[in-house]
Design a protein around this ligand. Structure first.
Ligand code: PMP
Ligand code: GLN
Length: 392
């Protein structure tokens, strides 16, 4: 021994984890000069009014620690919005916590309830941050695939499969609607079905609703907050990153009944303590003064979806226009029989458009021949990408 720690003796707590597909594909797009429709972020700025409020607070002495649970005015604004949109009365002091993006909210929520040996259920394709957080809590991830309904290309929840998976060890079910990557949404009857399944169990729910304001075709977002029975056992996590075109700001929130928020805050307090102060004040001002901003998001993104999909009419891809989110799934089965990961990489290098394969979010082999393309881009970028995709 030379007194140095041996690299060989470390036993990774996350042996399966590598670099996320979002980082891999964005890097590949940058290296090959491809149009990057892979990682989901807008190519446009947050609203000017919001930027002004944040600048104002940055320059006016609001630059020290915020309260652990979040700036009170922001929590009040979130509670008012929740009351108005979901009809749920939540206590801004005890049931709303501002967190460091949805990622921290999801992580803290999972650590708060999942114990060693507990099972947590996710729906595949599942957002990539859930399983590592479950593993770190000592839990076991159970995967329930979304089903693909025949030829119409839609994904939906196979409730019977969920019934078959829930058991005495199930501690948490994580749902994510509007769903990344498929754009699937829940209908009112789905909430009732979920309530039937968890009734008389000790199972909590974590609802990742970061795309809550990006739903199309006049279909409303069905938050788990809107259901009285579900609310009693649910933590709902969302993110201002999607709502305000500001994915780099990493500010989100968790809304949960008091007893769950208390446990959530015990983790949040020691994973981050508090979230950056001037942006919380800026967002609070903007939310209270301009609620119309997020109300126009469905129309704004639906126009982009329709523009992108319309241009792809001339392509060999099959598609069902997304029901939600800023992602469009394209079925490439008439163009190639390659597996999606290889194809996504090849088309980034050779066709000049980067996308995200779906199979990396699935536990069971996924042979659906689908790639995800982000349409939160300016029209010129979408047109240039569509031209390249139509040539395939
Ligand atoms: N959940 C889903 C489904 C997401 O798509 C994302 C990122 N876009 C997050 C959570 C993480 O959100 P944030 O960037 O606010 O951490
Ligand atoms: N949520 C983003 C997406 O789905 C990626 C976030 C990240 O890069 N971790 O593309």
């Amino acid at each position: 021994m030379n007194g140095k720690i041996s690299r060989q003796t470390i036993t990774s707590k996350l042996p399966e984890v590598g670099t996320t597909i979002f980082t891999v594909m964005s890097q590949m797009a940058a290296d090959s000069g491809a149009i990057n429709l892979s990682q989901g972020y807008p190519s446009f700025d947050p609203p000017q009014g919001l930027l002004e409020r944040v600048s104002h607070h940055l320059s006016n002495g609001v630059n020290q620690y915020a309260p652990m649970a979040g700036v009170p005015l922001l929590r009040t604004a979130i509670a008012e919005k929740t009351q108005r949109l979901q009809g749920r009365t939540v206590d801004a002091d005890t049931e709303v916590t501002v967190c460091c993006g949805a990622t921290e909210g999801l992580f803290s929520a999972i650590q708060a309830v999942v114990r060693a040996g507990d099972e947590a259920i996710v729906f595949d394709p599942a957002y990539d941050s859930y399983e590592p957080a479950i593993t770190l809590a000592g839990g076991i991830t159970r995967h329930v695939p979304l089903s693909i309904d025949g030829d119409d290309l839609d994904f939906s929840v196979d409730w019977q499969r969920l019934v078959d998976t829930v058991n005495k060890k199930t501690r948490l079910i994580i749902v994510n609607f509007p769903h990344n990557p498929t754009g699937a949404i829940l209908e009112a009857a789905d909430l009732d079905r979920l309530a039937d399944i968890v009734r008389n169990t000790d199972c909590y729910l974590l609802s990742d609703e970061v795309y809550e304001h990006i739903v199309f075709d006049d279909v409303p977002h069905r938050s788990l907050l809107s259901n009285d029975e579900l609310w009693e056992r649910t933590m709902v996590v969302s993110s201002f990153g999607k709502t305000f075109h500001a994915t780099g700001w990493k500010i989100g929130h968790c809304i949960a009944p008091k007893y769950l928020s208390e446990e959530f805050r015990k983790v949040h307090q020691f994973s981050t303590f508090s979230v950056n102060t001037p942006m919380q004040h800026g967002i609070a001002d903007f939310l209270l003064s301009d609620p119309g901003f997020y109300e126009q998001l469905p129309a704004f993104y639906q126009e982009k979806r329709d523009y992108f999909c319309g241009m792809l009419d001339a392509s060999r891809f099959k598609l069902q226009p997304a029901h939600s989110t800023f992602f469009q799934i394209l079925d490439y089965s008439e163009i190639s029989s390659d597996i999606d990961l290889e194809l996504a990489k090849r088309w980034t290098r050779d066709a000049g458009v980067a996308s995200i394969p779906l199979s990396v979010f699935c536990d069971e082999p996924f042979t659906g021949a689908r790639l995800r393309f982000c349409f939160a881009k300016d029209d010129a970028t979408l047109a240039a990408a569509a031209t390249k995709l139509c040539a395939l």
